[in-house]
Ligand binder design. Structure first.
Ligand SMILES: [Zn+2]
Length: 108
């Protein structure tokens, strides 16, 4: 089956733009919480909790971005859309849903 590379590429670009925006937002949220910020002990705990959640999301977003960049650079490779594990072709629906994945549903 011939993959529709134009739509896949557009999708990857769209995902990259979205992920970059997420990273920007998350970087705002992981800024150090200043102690002189008179927000009280409980809300300070909340702020610290939110910050660690944001830090985890930020790591994920950066990971996703590098996978997307990788997928974009490989879109013209003959093995693009082939699962790296089982060597079966990944269904287009999955590529469009998760363009950063290089594994099929079974191997992911
Ligand atoms: Zn597979």
């Amino acid at each position: 089956m011939e993959l529709d590379k134009k739509s896949i590429e557009a999708k990857i670009k769209e995902e990259i733009a979205k992920t970059l925006k997420d990273i920007q937002n998350l970087e705002e949220q992981v800024k150090p919480i200043s102690p002189e910020n008179a927000i009280g002990r409980i809300s300070r705990m909340d702020a610290i909790n939110n910050k660690s959640v944001a830090e985890a999301s930020l790591r994920q977003a950066k990971d996703k971005l590098s996978k997307l960049e990788n997928a974009r650079s490989k879109i013209d490779d003959p093995d693009f859309g082939i699962c790296v594990k089982c060597k079966q072709s990944i269904p287009l629906g999955r590529i469009m849903l998760m363009p950063h994945s290089n594994k099929c549903v079974n191997c992911a």
